[in-house]
Design a protein around this ligand. Structure first.
Ligand code: AMP
Length: 125
């Protein structure tokens, strides 16, 4: 079920549990503020999720409340992960679902990185 991003942060969400080490993940990158890992149900040959370590529900919440340091670390990490995975050529797509209309399912901010084949139109038709 898509989540309501205006609700308070839910400490039991699956990415919070990954951050606490309660369930495994296939880590791609980690630093003080950021964790990136492979999506469990990939929708492209490369499908990586990048999350901040802080408790933020969505892009909306993060962009409003996160510190400059957290925001800089997150944005730089997304670019670095894509570069280090060799995705800049021939290209990649970023996606951050926010709220019900976007179909956000996990209520912890995550940016999807898709790559590895032509990705088609931006939105389903
Ligand atoms: P969204 O619909 O934007 O909220 O995306 C949630 C994503 O999390 C989906 O692509 C899921 O496949 C992915 N996902 C859910 N549980 C896990 C998990 N335990 N490890 C890695 N990815 C997950």
């Amino acid at each position: 079920m898509p989540i309501d991003p205006t609700l308070p942060y839910d400490e039991t969400n699956i990415f919070a549990r990954i951050l606490r080490g309660e369930i495994p993940n296939k880590t791609v990158y980690e630093d003080e503020h950021v964790l990136a890992f492979h999506d469990i149900a990939p929708q492209a040959p490369t499908h990586i999720l990048v999350i901040p370590k802080g408790a933020y529900v969505s892009w909306d919440d993060f962009s409003e409340r996160a510190s400059e340091g957290e925001i800089a670390a997150f944005i730089r990490a997304v670019g670095r992960i894509a570069r280090e995975a060799g995705l800049v050529e021939p290209g990649y797509r970023l996606l951050a679902n926010t709220g019900v209309h976007a179909g956000q399912e996990v209520p912890h901010l995550h940016v999807h990185i898709f790559a590895g084949r032509p990705l088609g139109p931006m939105l389903a038709r």
